[in-house]
Design a protein. Structure first.
Length: 187
């Protein structure tokens, strides 16, 4: 279980706990629902409260996120993963071409996510895989993975607000027919 804490400042006094968590802290409605109904807890000053609690200055909020359940499709497999960056919240992987990112009915095994689950198990990390920037099977590049639902909800929001940017670069032999549609660098 993950526990996070925030202190309420004067600017946010008077807000409902729900509004603070969703609009200030960035917890998605879906994740807040999971906290309420999947054995998580909302505490203010060490007392359990509901989302309609009105915040006061200097209140200390604590959210206890419920344990995450891994999909039955994720099966730990000893597949090498190339970790470019890791901290308590994120994994950045260098994904090779010709590997599927997530398991599916057509590709249940030998996926990057299964390799990440294997890595998590070896490191005794109890989270599941939250892919933020998925890449197609034939595409190589950096892949951003959030280690928990809270970080995923923030990154998902940021991605849709275009504050996370992705750039693609292709190496092409020959000539493209419609150059004006592409940002082409010639060498």
């Amino acid at each position: 279980m993950i526990k996070l804490k925030w202190n309420v400042n004067e600017e946010h006094a008077g807000l409902l706990l729900r509004d603070y968590l969703m609009n200030v802290v960035g917890i998605s409605k879906r994740l807040l629902t999971a906290v309420k109904f999947e054995e998580g807890k909302l505490l203010v000053n060490d007392q359990e409260v509901n989302v309609r609690y009105t915040l006061k200055e200097n209140d200390q909020i604590e959210v206890v996120f419920p344990a995450e359940k891994r999909s039955e499709l994720l099966v730990a497999e000893d597949i090498p993963i190339d970790i470019v960056y890791e901290d308590v919240a994120l994994l950045v992987l260098n994904k090779k071409a010709n590997i599927v990112t997530l398991p599916s009915r057509l590709h249940p095994c030998h996926t990057l996510a299964n390799g990440v689950i294997y890595y998590y198990d070896q490191q005794q990390i109890t989270y599941t895989v939250h892919v933020v920037t998925r890449l197609d099977r034939d595409t190589s590049g950096l892949l951003l993975i959030a280690k928990n639902r809270y970080i995923h909800s923030i990154l998902f929001r940021d991605q849709h607000q275009h504050t996370i940017n992705r750039k693609y670069q292709a190496i092409v032999t020959g000539l493209l027919q419609e150059k004006k549609r592409y940002n082409i660098l010639s060498y």
